[in-house]
Design a protein around this ligand. Structure first.
Ligand code: HSE
Length: 437
């Protein structure tokens, strides 16, 4: 069979990794696909030839449109990142009848509905395994491996940089900024690292997971997103005292009232496997009605782990190039005409348990006032600890764990608690999930 020609757009961390993995494992990949996969075209503004295998015989350009418009290219691999010009290039490639592989979570989360509609009309594939959790084949697992199930919920550590920062802060007492700098040097962090620490990158990935889990359109703008930049060492250590770890989770859940999509720091019991996923590693816990809980673990960022997912997509696409488009695995796991518009729950209606940290003047009656307010909102307390005031201070930290309650009730309770004269600072609230099946 004729070789498959690849047009690679982008030779940065992931592009370079993809180029090298394809070259190094060419023989094994050919044995798997049944035909050769050749990188014939590359578009890159800048690259370091010393970090790459031989570029001999490859058409190299700094104009990515030359790749998407070249009739010799069968599969366009988009590893440029960002919304534009990636969106325009991918739509142009599709219009030209080319299949597309991309690692671009921002692009899929934000413009996926438009891109998949165009691909469906044209009968071409758009594969995006590397967009979520780097090297972990989570898209394939949910879309194909768990196709028998009704997915009930997914909870994932889906940003390696954030997990690396939280882990280093906890284990080594390192500074937030210092760890972030290291993550950037290692090629884990996004071009704009606020995407990592403020949860935007995780929200992109969560929108994709929710869509393939529940057969709903991609709705990135509906994801509730809270970052890790306000997590303190105090909270990390109080959580540990209570038997919990703080992880930055993406959570999506099907409830009777609608679908939850949220990214925020979360206390999870330390006995859960996922609570022990550290460093740049990612993990995704998926609860299916038939299979129960399944956990997927691996490197969520970095050149070759991400390249592993990109190349797997290239293999998948190359294997089914000649298959009738109607009989391919649907892009978003469900047939295009079977997608539903199930309501996405606003955060006010989400029910979860909470960790609260209050700072109060050490005087009689404060706890009584606080517990009365919680009682008025039907919020039941699971645990409460009052600490000694820190050296030289008069205010005492009070830490509480509550039972499950709506975010709306908790917001009301927090406003009333903060209005008490004896409460001397903003109430810190971190959501708590048991992640039990
Ligand atoms: N910045 C991302 C992360 C890269 O840290 O997980 C992989 O998507």
């Amino acid at each position: 069979m004729n070789p498959v020609n690849i047009g690679l757009m982008g030779l940065g961390t992931v592009g370079g990794g993809t180029f090298n993995v394809l070259a190094r494992n060419a023989k094994e990949i050919t044995r798997r696909v049944g035909r050769e996969i050749n990188v014939t075209h590359v578009a890159a503004r800048e690259y370091n030839p010393d970090s790459l295998g031989s570029l001999e015989g490859i058409k190299i350009t700094d104009d990515a449109y030359q790749v998407v418009n070249d009739p010799d290219v069968d599969i366009v691999v988009e590893l440029i990142g960002g919304y534009e010009p990636a969106r325009d290039l991918v739509l142009k490639a599709i219009a030209n009848g080319k299949h597309v592989v991309t690692a671009n979570k921002a692009l899929i989360a934000k413009h996926g509905n438009e891109i998949f509609a165009a691909a469906h009309d044209k009968g071409v594939m758009v594969a995006f395994e590397a967009a979520v959790a780097g090297g972990i084949p989570i898209i394939k697992a949910i879309r194909e491996g768990l196709a028998a199930n009704q997915i009930e919920w997914i909870a994932g550590i889906i940003n390696g940089t954030g997990n690396f920062i939280l882990t280093e802060m906890r284990d080594k007492g390192r500074d937030f900024a210092d760890v972030l700098k290291e993550a950037q040097e290692l090629g884990y962090a996004e071009a704009d690292p606020t995407f990592d620490v403020e949860g935007i990158d995780a929200a992109h990935k969560l929108a994709i997971l929710a869509s393939i889990a529940f057969g709903i359109p991609l709705q990135f703008d509906a994801v509730f997103t809270e970052g890790i930049s306000r997590i303190t060492r105090e909270d990390v250590s109080y959580a540990e005292e209570l038997g919990y770890r703080i992880k930055h989770l993406g959570i999506t859940r099907r409830t009777d009232k609608g679908i939850e999509m949220r990214v925020h720091p979360t206390l999870i019991p330390e006995r859960r496997l996922i609570a022990n996923v550290d460093g740049v590693m990612n993990a995704v816990l998926v609860q299916g009605d038939a299979v129960g809980p399944t956990l997927y673990y691996g490197a969520g960022a970095g050149a070759e782990p991400t390249a592993s997912a990109v190349v797997a997509d290239i293999v998948d696409v190359a294997r089914v190039l000649t298959v009738d488009p109607e009989n391919r695995v649907p892009h978003l796991a469900f047939q295009t005409d079977a997608m539903t518009d199930t309501r996405v729950l606003g955060m006010d209606d989400v029910e979860t348990a909470y960790y609260l940290r209050l700072k109060a003047s050490d005087q009689p009656g404060v706890l009584a006032d606080v517990t009365r307010i919680l009682g008025d909102q039907q919020i039941s307390i699971e645990a409460i600890i009052q600490k000694e005031p820190p050296e030289g201070a008069t205010d005492v930290p009070i830490i509480m764990l509550t039972h499950t309650v709506t975010e709306r009730s908790m917001n009301d309770a927090i406003s009333r608690i903060e209005a008490l004269a004896a409460i001397t600072d903003e109430v810190v609230r971190i959501r708590v999930e048991s992640l039990g099946s």
